[in-house]
Design a protein around this ligand. Structure first.
Ligand SMILES: Nc1nc2c(ncn2[C@@H]2O[C@H](COP(=O)(O)OP(=O)(O)OP(=O)(O)O)[C@@H](O)[C@H]2O)c(=O)[nH]1
Ligand SMILES: [Mg+2]
Length: 612
């Protein structure tokens, strides 16, 4: 029995015509017998698929030219609309004609914006946000409930700006939106629509109300109030447009001198759009002339605001390096694996900045350094190894956290100093941002674009990461330095250190000739840095060879970074004691670097052109 299938391109509508049915159907061969066994997916297939997926993601990201890194977002916000007032008359046994008893509508919920350290991207924020509406009033003087406030949580370091009127990105306010919705209507229709959106009438009394003087007066006064509100809004927009630099967490603890028993309210953040007032019920319109008003007002629409959110990640130290230099590996090594930055051997693994915290003890020990012997390999390989460990049952007899603690106390020794324990007293902490790789012409939005460079503007210090095993790490440095300068003049003066990574690849297992070569390369890099690269305060940049993968020489890096951060913080306090919250990087630097050579067209040690 032949099976039939739809000819490619034949539309289902064609099947209505019976004549075309025979044309639309064609015999198709019977399917191959079902294979019972599931297809065997080898490990190679898995990794190939994984690599292809990553490649697609990177390519897509590159095509967006930095547009998808959500550090810039336009949000249009609407406060909650107020609830409608109610038209009702009191009814009771033996009281058939009671007084007006319509309740007022509830106020629309306000919209607040609040910084939180638990977020690192703006990607979870909707582009249109609407506050909660107030509830409508009801009979027997029942007022509607106010709308709950809505809090938009944004990452720390977000700058909030109101988009001014006239800007193409500005979305219309309440009145402009109403005007737009009435386009094409004649005067009578417009008036009718405006009345419908402002008034509630007692059933079947709409037309009767309109002719009453008391209604006309009420309408006049409503429009007058609206004009005042509109004028006040324009004034506010001109005189104090919304601007918040959310670089500090809001204090959530109760003040110590708060009265006993005072309720603690969680801070909501900064108000950005107020909710509309609720409409008033019909008792509001009682007058000598009209003892039983049969109209009430509707709730006002909430404020409409358009905000531009810009995320400038706040990290004390920012990493600047070419793709594959080992920035993510270094961040993971410095944070003891806490910072979940992806590591892989292809360019542009890191697509968005990742911030990690380095915790340092009084003796210079840092959290990542206490787990001696740990290798920070590529994340896929680590996952694979972890999976194998689980499969082998290595964790079956592992001690629980309480057991470990007990054991430590009984033995009075520190048996476990790795993992997520950092049992030394932490005396200093700073944050590091691992940024996507920078390539030649990144400042012109090539590669992953320059959106992440904006985040670096705020770092107190920058660290260049170069691949020491490459053919010419000094050329990499030049490109990095020039790109920073091209993006913002004077930015490269924030750099304090050159970290020469992958030092473990040099030295060829102790072969004297290879060791001599490695030393020569390092001293050439040092000479280059001494000759061409001067920090903002006129000092030369430190050059430190490390191996991020094997955690070698990292204590020195942490020690130096700690000094830079401490110095910069002290300087900030000294220079701007009253404006501590304003980071002014240009104040940190004093002497310009001159005579720096131009970026050259260079190729990397692996032969790839940098200007791709
Ligand atoms: N031998 C050795 N390999 C390293 C070292 N540091 C990083 N690698 C390897 O270098 C490759 C790239 O490392 P990543 O940390 O992803 O480099 P990245 O600079 O973050 O790269 P992008 O995110 O693409 O800009 C990985 O295969 C790492 O395992 C090191 O110190 N020694
Ligand atoms: Mg990376």
């Amino acid at each position: 029995m032949p099976r039939f299938g739809l000819l490619p391109g034949a539309r289902w509508t064609a099947l209505r015509n019976t004549e075309t049915i025979s044309k639309a159907l064609k015999p198709v061969p019977s399917p191959a017998p079902a294979v019972c066994a599931p297809p065997i997916i080898t490990e190679d297939d898995e990794s190939l698929r994984d690599r292809l997926r990553r490649r697609r993601r990177t390519e897509w990201k590159r095509k967006q030219r930095g547009q998808t890194f959500l550090d810039n977002l336009i949000v249009s916000i609407r406060g909650g609309s107020g609830g409608d007032g109610c038209v009702a008359f009191h009814r009771e046994k033996f009281k058939p004609i009671g007084p007006p008893s319509g309740g007022n509508g509830g106020r629309g919920g306000d919209v607040y914006i609040m910084p939180t350290p638990h977020l690192t991207t703006l990607s979870g924020i909707a582009k249109r946000i609407r506050g909660n509406p107030g509830a409508n009033g009801q009979g027997t003087w029942q007022n509607g409930k106010n709308g709950e406030p809505l809090v938009i949580k944004v990452p720390l370091g977000t700058v909030v700006r109101e988009i001014p009127r006239g800007d193409s990105r500005h979305s219309p306010d309440e009145w402009e939106a109403e005007e737009e919705s009435m386009q094409g209507l004649n005067t009578g229709e417009r008036l009718q629509k405006m009345r419908d959106s402002r008034w509630v009438h007692y059933p079947r009394y709409g037309q009767t109300n309109l002719t009453r003087d008391s209604f006309k007066e009420a309408e006049q006064s409503l429009y007058a109030q609206e004009r005042e509100r509109r004028y006040a809004r324009r004034q506010r927009e001109l005189q104090s447009p919304i601007y918040h630099d959310l670089d500090k967490e809001l204090n959530t603890s109760k003040s110590i001198d708060a009265p006993l028993g005072a309720r603690h309210r969680e801070p909501l953040g900064y108000l950005v759009a107020s909710g509309g007032s609720g409409g008033v019920g019909n008792p509001h319109f009682v007058s000598q002339e009209n003892r039983a008003p049969k109209f009430a007002t509707r709730g006002q629409p909430g404020e409409r605001i358009t905000l531009a959110l810009e995320l400038k990640i706040l990290a004390d130290v920012g990493f600047v390096g070419m793709p594959n230099a080992g920035k993510s590996t270094l961040l993971r090594a410095l944070t003891g694996g806490r910072a979940k930055s992806e590591v892989a051997s292809y360019a542009f693994t890191t697509l968005n900045p990742v911030v990690g915290i380095v915790r340092v003890a009084a003796d210079g020990t840092f959290e990542g350094g206490v787990r001696a012997g740990r290798v920070y390999d590529e994340t896929v390989l680590e996952q694979q190894q972890e999976f194998e460990r689980v499969q082998r049952g290595d964790y079956a007899n592992a001690l629980t956290r309480n057991q470990t603690e007990e054991r430590r106390q009984t033995l009075r020794v520190n048996t476990d100093r790795g993992g997520y324990h950092f049992d030394l007293a932490e005396t200093f902490r700073f944050t590091i941002a691992d940024n996507p790789g920078l390539i030649s012409n990144s400042s012109e939005n090539i590669g992953l674009g320059h959106s992440f460079l904006r985040s670096m503007e705020r770092s107190l210090a920058l660290a260049y990461i170069v691949d020491l095993s490459g053919a010419a790490p000094w050329d990499e440095l030049l490109v990095l330095c020039n790109e920073l300068e091209k993006y913002q003049q004077g930015m490269s003066r924030k750099a304090r250190i050159v970290i020469a990574n992958k030092a473990d690849l040099l030295g060829g297992d102790g072969d004297p000739a290879a060791v001599a070569d490695a030393k020569a390369k390092l001293s050439r890099l040092e000479r280059f840095v001494a000759e061409w690269m001067v920090g903002g305060d006129g000092r030369y940049l430190d050059v430190v060879p490390v191996s991020a993968k094997f955690g070698q020489n990292l204590t020195r890096v942490v020690g130096l970074m700690r000094t830079y951060v401490q110095e910069a913080r002290d300087r900030l306090i000294a220079q701007a004691p009253k404006e501590l919250d304003v980071v002014r990087p240009e104040q940190l630097m004093s002497s310009p670097t001159e005579g720096r050579p131009e970026a050259r067209d260079i190729t990397r040690h692996d032969g790839r052109a940098l200007s791709s």
